[in-house]
Design a protein around this ligand. Structure first.
Ligand code: NAD
Length: 263
């Protein structure tokens, strides 16, 4: 490994298990020399995250539900006490009631709309506001999106609207925090086999379709997303902010499926 992130410290939010995108990113960043802290959502996930964190030498773990201001404060207070400053935050968090990731978008309920946008988009703003004072020399904030934000994707529904809001928030945050030397970007992987991914109706078909049609002939892997995240959070990403970086095997350039898959 190249020690791309030696000397950098950061928070990883959103590891649920060893298939989580956040874990793929954490593993690569740790291999590149970064020191990591983790948040997890509730005790059950905590039990899974603890050994993963230990395997990359981290003993900073905080239970944090992004709908709860006090737990967000606790997470950033802990970082301040332990490290004083941080260099990056990875925000890999999204939620919608599973029942609305099937059926028609037009049936989205007000309550799930509010909840999905709050957890999947507003939490990034909440995190950025708390991270800023801990990044006096600048830093990087990375979030995760999906191209269902701007292309209609079966059953992605309210999550597509949440990701569109999230991508817009990335641009506004990048502009606000640019003068502080803080870069804000999103990675946009194709479909991946994770807990959140499996909650979307037709997930297996979407995964297979992308795998069979992406120009590179395969979906994103945890390693590929991790590598892109490490590049962006490293000094090599120093001039990139407000960007949505596709990590989808090139699927997004297509106007229709590959010739052999039509009809
Ligand atoms: P995952 O289920 O492993 O991770 C989702 C995480 O969100 C979990 O750790 C969960 O605990 C956390 N979370 C949900 N509600 C929360 C709350 N209220 N407070 C704190 N944490 C909360 O699935 P993943 O696929 O790794 O998802 C990570 C990110 O990647 C999400 O933003 C997702 O939309 C995005 N993404 C996923 C795919 C895919 O196909 N899996 C593709 C593109 C983007």
């Amino acid at each position: 490994m190249a020690d791309l992130m030696r000397g950098k410290r950061g928070l990883i939010m959103g590891v649920a298990n060893d298939r989580s995108i956040a874990w793929g990113i954490a593993r690569t960043m740790a291999a590149e020399g970064a020191e990591l802290a983790f948040t997890y959502q509730g005790e059950a996930f905590g039990k899974r995250v603890e050994p993963l964190a230990a395997s990359v030498g981290s003993d900073i773990l905080v239970d944090c539900d992004v709908t709860d201001d006090a737990s967000l404060d606790r997470a950033f207070d802990t970082l301040k006490e332990r490290w004083g400053t941080i260099d990056f935050v990875v925000h890999a968090i999204a939620y919608s009631d599973k029942s609305e990731l099937a059926g028609r978008f037009v049936d989205t309920s007000r309550e799930n709309f509010r909840n999905s946008l709050s957890i999947s988009c507003y939490s990034l703003i909440d995190v950025a506001r708390r991270a800023r004072p801990l990044m006096p020399e600048g830093g990087t904030i990375l979030t995760l999106t999906y191209q269902g934000s701007n292309r209609v994707t079966p059953f992605y529904n309210v999550m597509g609207v949440a990701k569109a809001a999230l991508e817009s928030a990335v641009r506004y945050l990048a502009n606000d925090l640019g003068p502080d030397g803080i870069r804000v970007n999103a990675l946009s992987p194709g479909p991946m086999k994770t807990l959140a991914g499996a909650a979307i109706g037709g997930a297996r078909k979407t995964f297979k379709h992308t795998d069979q049609n992406a120009p590179l002939g395969h979906n994103a892997t945890l390693e590929a997303v991790g590598g892109t995240a490490a590049w962006l959070a490293s000094d090599y990403g120093a001039c990139t902010t407000g960007e949505i970086v596709m990590v989808d095997g090139g699927y997004h350039v297509l106007g229709m499926p590959q010739a052999g898959n039509i009809g």
